[in-house]
Design a protein around this ligand. Structure first.
Ligand code: HEC
Length: 387
């Protein structure tokens, strides 16, 4: 089950964080933190340039960006090299970041400056996605970044996104709450754009702070311009939030399974996001459990791990909207690999197949891009065919 990946530069840890900060090429680390500081150093140059009117075009911007793009590419490759032994989603997100960083550098070098600017924006979604998975403390690194004049002009929702990308979670929550209180922004837009779910994701998964989220949502519901469906959905969410507090003791996996079931039952009609709070709380527990499980020595095949991934896939299908790109196929693939003969494998395979064929608009497997075709064929060979 272990992914085979090249191991680069394994070495003693300890001083490396400082070393990495002092010497940009010292990426000889075991943990992501060292490559992250490097990624951040690059992004803190690229972001302010990318939001400026002239972007990367002025000569000085160009020379700063040349270094920063190279640094970003190197550091995201280092992150990817160090994701061995981490869970499948972590690996997929690092791979996505490394690929996008390469693309951005390439566009920049080809002189396609607008495209490079766009890529910088796009690739931050991997930062957001990866940082919104597990409980975490805020980082001090980007403390002053958002005071820069260029970034002060950002819309608060965009600022919240980038604050999440740079692990300024409390600042991000404050930015979203500012939006919820802004009479110029209709609440329907907050729901339709996925900001409410982005906010809840950070509140529940990263900060584990249902109480503050409940207060912010209550204020939103009291606005005179909040549509009735949203007022009543917020009431459902708040009931869920109240149940999450105080954090219940007990087996987190069993609790996650129960929460996910409640989340599914609340989704009526199935397209509604009534179960969002339950689903996010369940996914939070599952991700944390998985993180610990894959770092330890689980059985192989691992039926419990497969079940956890499968549930995450189902939750993702229910909750991914707004700015989130659904990753159910990553979860379903992980469910298969954890236990190819397990009871969930066939359904998981079918979901991967459906997602890939639909996602690429392919009439058949042969029309998929080579990498996806090979991936699907490999999974098909692992999973027993339908009776
Ligand atoms: C695949 C997962 C993943 C991706 C993608 C990712 N990060 Fe991180 N990041 C982490 C983890 C895990 C940590 C916490 C490291 C630790 O403390 O061990 C972290 C920490 C950080 C920190 C805090 C570092 C510190 O020492 O305080 C910053 C800043 C950061 N990331 C920025 C970024 C930016 C910017 C991007 C995107 C360009 C990004 N990260 C993409 C996983 C990721």
């Amino acid at each position: 089950m272990k992914r085979s990946m090249k191991r680069v530069g394994r070495g003693a840890c300890g001083f490396l964080l400082t070393a990495a900060l002092l010497a940009p090429t010292a990426l000889d680390a075991e943990e992501p933190a060292e490559s992250m500081a490097e990624v951040y150093a690059a992004i803190s140059v690229l972001l302010p340039l990318s939001v400026q009117e002239q972007g990367f075009a002025p000569a000085e911007a160009r020379s700063q960006a040349t270094l920063a793009f190279a640094r970003l590419e190197r550091a995201s490759q280092a992150l990817l090299d160090h994701s061995e032994g981490r869970d499948a989603e972590f690996f997929a997100l690092s791979r996505g970041l490394a690929a996008d960083a390469e693309l951005a550098r390439w566009a920049f070098e080809m002189g396609r400056l607008e495209e490079a600017r766009f890529q910088v924006h796009l690739l931050t979604s991997h930062c957001v996605d990866c940082h919104s998975r597990l409980p975490a403390a805020d980082s001090g690194l980007a403390g002053r970044l958002f005071q820069r004049a260029e970034l002060a002009e950002l819309r608060p929702t965009e600022r919240a996104r980038l604050q999440t990308a740079t692990r300024r979670f409390d600042d991000a929550r404050a930015s979203w709450e500012q939006v919820f209180a802004d009479p110029a922004i209709p609440p329907i837009e907050m729901d339709a754009s996925g900001w409410l779910s982005d906010y809840l994701r950070v509140s529940l998964r990263v900060k584990r702070d249902p109480a503050r989220a409940a207060r912010a949502l209550a204020k939103l519901a009291e606005r005179g311009d909040t549509p009735r469906y949203l007022v009543s959905r917020i009431a459902t969410w708040r009931q869920g939030l109240a149940k999450l507090e105080p954090e219940k003791p007990g087996d987190p996996r069993a609790r996650a399974i129960a929460l996910a079931k409640e989340g599914r039952d609340l989704a009526d009609p199935p397209t509604s996001t009534n179960g969002l709070v339950h689903d996010l709380a369940a996914s939070s527990l599952l991700l944390e459990w998985i993180d610990a499980r894959v770092r330890g020595d689980g059985p192989d095949p691992d039926l419990e791990l497969a079940e956890a991934w499968f549930l995450l896939g189902q939750i993702e299908d229910r909750t991914a909207h707004g700015s989130w790109v659904p990753r159910s196929e990553v979860y379903m693939e992980a469910a298969i690999r954890a236990a190819p003969d397990g009871p969930r494998a066939r359904a998981a395979f079918e979901r991967v197949e459906e997602t890939l064929l639909m996602g690429y608009g392919a009439d058949g497997v042969s029309m998929l891009p080579r990498r996806e075709r090979e991936r699907l064929e490999e999974l098909a060979a692992m999973v027993p065919a339908s009776p």
